[in-house]
Each structure stands twice: as structure tokens, then as C-alpha cells.
Ligand binder design. Structure first.
Ligand SMILES: C=C(O[C@@H]1C=C(C(=O)O)C=C[C@H]1O)C(=O)O
Length: 296
């Protein structure tokens, strides 16, 4: 439900952020004093799923629920006009991401897959998977939007895409599920598949801001970016605290959370990530998955 109040030209910038574990280091200053109170004067934060972040940045700017800044799936950059990428931070992976899974039955070849149930909270991972299917695996598959419930998804489709915390749980549950159902599944790490097929860094999301919102804030994009990079840097310097906080919130072992935040997810929007984003859009256009995108 859309709950935030409409913005006026002088109110704090409204941030649409993601309520999964993976952005936790990026959000450190927004959730911990002393910076939390200072940032609350400049920003108003709301947590939601990745697809909703993209939707909030696409709403007309002064309508209820609209956001000025969002941690948005990179796929949404091509379909949302007037956005600038805030330099510095990202949600990416350079090897295995762990939380983006394509799950298929072990006895079914890629060429035999006809339908894929796709988690409706994703935009980027869905586009990455579509590209992989169109270019390398099986161009004919049909994607069916679905809530993230592996059992239900595999009842209605041959394979399933899960993202974020539900994907982390599914991986943890893997052995239990196999014992419970007797069904043997293969869990593909979509970032790892992408990196193997393209040699490029896999990038899921970036902070993006409306051009109009930069003007309204009276600040430069570099100045705004410094709030986000400072938050990330303090988050990454406080991983053990984050592991404790999130172990209490999610049914996952502390070791899994620690590895996920330190080895699976990569938080620096560096040159290799920029090249990865370019490669993603080149292949998305080549396969007809997305319209073209010129970074601003
Ligand atoms: C790594 C992840 O990246 C997320 C995946 C996204 C997508 O598929 O659209 C968007 C934002 C990211 O936070 C994840 O949620 O598992």
C-alpha cells in the first residue's frame, strides 16, 4: 500500500529502498545513530521490494507514493526517463551472488523447459535470465509472473526464478526439500551463469535520482552521493553488527549472512560494474529484452 505523503518542493527527498538483506550495509547510516537523525532531516525512507522501488520512481513526482531516489533494478533505467545514477554504490556480484536462483528439475534439459515462473519482485534478474535463455539456453521459453514460493512455482511451471531473501531460504532448505519431495533440483546461481557466459560483472541495482529532485534539493549529485557512500563505508566497517542484527531477523545461519555480505554481494560501483551495466544493456537490446539505454 502507498503510505508516504506527497512531497512539496521543500520537503525531504523520499527514498524507496529494498527490504532484503543484501542492501543492509548501504543502509547503515539510515538505521544507526548518530547519522540516522541527521539523515532524517534530508531524507524520508521507505522500504519495499525492488520492483516497487522502480515503480515509485516512475510515478509523477508530486503524487502520493512517488519517490525521488530509489535503489532500483538497473533494468528500470531503460524504461524510466529522467533518472541519473548516483555514483558510488551498487548491488553487484563478481562471482556468485547466492540470492538470484534459477531452479530447474535435474531430469529436464534446458532445451526441454517450456515455462519459467518468475518472482514478480524482480526486474533485473528477470531480464538477466531472459537474456541467458534467449541467447544461450532456449529462446522459446515463456515467463509466468509468480509470487516467490518454490513449491507453487514448480507446480505451475518447469523452472523458477527466486531473488533476495526467499532465494537465500530456498538454498538453505535445499536438502530438506529434496527429502520431503523426492524431487532432484538444480539451483543455478544467475550471477555466476552470467559471468561465465559474458565475462562481465553482474550488476543488479544502483541508487538513482530524478533530475528534478536534484534541482529541488539545492545540492549537487556528488554531494548527495557522499551521503550514500559514507553510509556504505560505515556499513562495511560494521559487518559483525549487521550479522548479529540480521541473524535475529532472518532464519539463516550467521555464517551465511556474513559470507553473503562480504563475499557474494559487491557494493562499489567501479569501472568493471560500469562495463557490466553496458554489457547487460547491449545484450538486452540484442535479444529484444529491453529498449536501449544511454547513461546520463
Ligand atoms: C542480489 C539481489 O539483487 C536485487 C535484485 C534485483 C532484481 O532482480 O530486480 C533488484 C535489486 C537488488 O537488490 C537480490 O535481491 O538477491
Amino acid at each position: 500500500m502507498i503510505s508516504s505523503t506527497p512531497a512539496s518542493p521543500t520537503s525531504p527527498l523520499r527514498i524507496a529502498a529494498i527490504n532484503f538483506l543484501n542492501p543492509a550495509p548501504l543502509m547503515w547510516d539510515f538505521n544507526h545513530e548518530p547519522h540516522k537523525s541527521q539523515l532524517a532531516q534530508r531524507y524520508q525512507l521507505e522500504l519495499m521490494l525492488p520492483s516497487a522501488c522502480a515503480d515509485r520512481l516512475a510515478l509523477p513526482i508530486y503524487t502520493p507514493g512517488a519517490a525521488d531516489i530509489g535503489l532500483i533494478p538497473i533494468a528500470a533505467l531503460a524504461t524510466t526517463p529522467g533518472l541519473r545514477v548516483i555514483p558510488g554504490c551498487t548491488i553487484a556480484s563478481r562471482r556468485k551472488v547466492r540470492s538470484i536462483l534459477l531452479v530447474r528439475r535435474a531430469n529436464q534439459l534446458f532445451s526441454q523447459i517450456r515455462t519459467v515462473a518468475a518472482d514478480t519482485s524482480s526486474r533485473s534478474s528477470l531480464a538477466y535470465t531472459r537474456i541467458l535463455f534467449r541467447k544461450w539456453w532456449n529462446p522459446g521459453v515463456i515467463f509466468l509472473p509468480s509470487p516467490p514460493d518454490l513449491d507453487r512455482m514448480l507446480e505451475k511451471a518447469d523452472a523458477a526464478i527466486l531473488i533476495g531473501d526467499p532465494a537465500l531460504y530456498a538454498l538453505e532448505e535445499r536438502q530438506n526439500r529434496e527429502e520431503r519431495t523426492g524431487e532432484s533440483l538444480i539451483y543455478h546461481d544467475v550471477a555466476e551463469e552470467w559471468i561465465t557466459h559474458t565475462g562481465s560483472t553482474w550488476v543488479a541495482a544502483v541508487w538513482a535520482i530524478r533530475e528534478e529532485s536534484i534541482a529541488r534539493s539545492g545540492r549537487t549529485i556528488e554531494d548527495i552521493a557522499s551521503d550514500f557512500t559514507a553510509s556504505r563505508d560505515r556499513g562495511l566497517a560494521n559487518i559483525e553488527t549487521l550479522v548479529k542484527e540480521w541473524s535475529a531477523r532472518l532464519p539463516l545461519p550467521a555464517a551465511t549472512i556474513r559470507t553473503y555480505l562480504t563475499e557474494n554481494i559487491y557494493y562499489y560501483l567501479d569501472e568493471n560494474c560500469q562495463k557490466g551495466i553496458q554489457r547487460f544493456f547491449d545484450l538486452a537490446v540484442e535479444t529484444g529484452v529491453l529498449p536501449s539505454y544511454e547513461p546520463k
